[in-house]
Design a protein around this ligand. Sequence first.
Ligand code: NAP
Length: 258
Amino acid sequence: MRTVGEGVDAGWAGRRVIASVGFTGGYAEQAATTTDHLVPVPDGLGLREAAALAHDGVTAAALMQATAPGPGERVLILGASGGMGTLLVQMTHAAGAHVVAVARGDRKTALVKELGADDVIDGAEAEWVEQARAALEAAGGPADVVLDGVGGAIGAAAFALTADGGRFSAHGAPTGGFAPIDPQEAARRGITLRGIGDVQLTDAEYVRLAGHALGEAAAGRLRPVIGHVYPLEQAAEAHTAIEERSLLGKVLLSARGE
Ligand SMILES: NC(=O)c1ccc[n+]([C@@H]2O[C@H](COP(=O)([O-])OP(=O)(O)OC[C@H]3O[C@@H](n4cnc5c(N)ncnc54)[C@H](OP(=O)(O)O)[C@@H]3O)[C@@H](O)[C@H]2O)c1
């Protein structure tokens, strides 16, 4: 629709934009929002790529701010093959960190390697924790930063791989729950705990970080990985694919074939 409401800058009419539609969800052909939620999509960036970054790119950027991995630091990423995981691999690599990533199976481990991980551990292996520990030790010691997009017992196992004085972000829960980390043990070891509560953003922060993510992608420095695009009416199949962990990266829904 190429019109704007009363009192709205006519320059928005026809612009390609993304917006966070909040917790009401976005499974719709049209959405109403206010202009302070709009983020222009840069020329040259596809709408699908922008959609893949609308949530994951913003949260990934916020997690980078919250854990601040720096050059030469060792970063362990769990769930590295997912929509946000694939972005975190690229962002931590770009920050100059040594990236040890965990993903499952040949296709996913190959993708994560291609995106910049220095070491990739197959999470399907029974000894993945020992393998991750060995990779970290070979790079100099335990992980300065752990980005846990998986949670549960897997996240808890990764806590043991975190350096004293490090940062551990328990933001993921596809296993059914966030990593159960004892805050007292974290305090005793000087580990800063971060989680989903640390990346709840104001509208202005959302717009700023989304604009940054879209700009990085338009400049070719960030590649959203789109595993599959389903038509809106096949949303149930999309959810099944996510639960079966059969796809790489982000799964999108498309309304009207866009
Ligand atoms: N994306 C966001 O903006 C956002 C915002 C807030 C919180 N989060 C949390 O962060 C997590 C990661 O985000 P994402 O976008 O990368 O998610 P995603 O695209 O759903 O990927 C999650 C990855 O975790 C692994 N996984 C899934 N189920 C698992 C299980 N039962 N046990 C072990 N591993 C499992 C899978 O990798 P393998 O098959 O390779 O093991 C999958 O690729 C989300 O699940 C969510 O809990 C995300």
